[in-house]
Design a protein around this ligand. Structure first.
Ligand code: HEM
Length: 183
């Protein structure tokens, strides 16, 4: 007999609040990253170029982009990147990021693709972090911010799938138990 978990009761806005608390960025870490906003804005166009070059090179990802307004997407991804260095990592920040995750879940994009693209994001972020007067501390802070993004992106997908499974089986608790081990 499996027990219910307290994390199952953490939902919606409370999840965002929980993740911000869990990652525990200090005021110094907020400031260290916020000071890099201009450097991030400079790097953003090159990061976006590399980002879409990689996605267009791979047929399975390119097919999602055909017919999209690429100019708008370039601007949105650049904004997403610069916001990693906004120095403001609160529930409003996490909410903006989870909505982006939801948009991807709704277009039927497997989550492995956005997660794999963190390779490009990381390599350009390193160029930004190296411009900090305290690059080691800035990198430690940045790992937390990126982990927050990974967590909310995945949460968006999990919410999406759980909601549909719960509708199908008649309740979220049963859906969770089925996902555990078919209990
Ligand atoms: C780190 C990974 C990614 C980030 C940060 C990201 C970011 C974004 C952002 C900010 C938007 C605009 C959302 C809005 O309209 O408010 C967007 C839309 C979109 N992204 Fe991504 N993206 C990522 C990965 C991918 C991948 C791997 C694909 C696959 C091709 C993709 C395809 C799309 C498409 C097709 C849209 C337009 C969706 C629509 O408006 O219907 N994205 N993305």
């Amino acid at each position: 007999m499996t027990t219910d978990r307290s994390s199952w009761q953490v939902k919606d806005e409370a999840v965002l609040d929980e993740l911000v608390t869990l990652l525990d960025l200090s005021p110094v870490e907020h400031a260290l990253l916020g000071d890099l906003a201009d450097a991030a804005a400079e790097v953003a166009p090159a990061m976006v170029e590399a980002f879409y070059e990689r996605l267009f090179k791979h047929e399975a990802t390119a097919e999602y982009l055909r017919g999209s307004a690429m100019e708008r997407l370039h601007a949105m991804v650049a904004e997403w990147f610069v916001e990693l260095f906004s120095g403001q990592y609160n529930v409003d920040y996490a909410r903006r990021r989870i909505i982006i995750g939801q948009i991807h879940a709704r277009i039927g994009l497997p989550v492995r693709y956005p997660l794999a693209m963190l390779d490009v994001v990381l390599s350009f972020s390193e160029a930004v972090l190296s411009q900090s007067p305290r690059p080691g501390q800035a990198a430690t802070a940045f790992r937390k911010v990126l982990a927050l993004d990974v967590a909310v992106f995945n949460q968006a997908y999990e919410d999406h799938q759980l909601r549909h499974l719960a509708e199908l089986v008649g309740g979220e608790r049963l859906a969770r138990r089925l996902l555990m081990q078919g209990a």
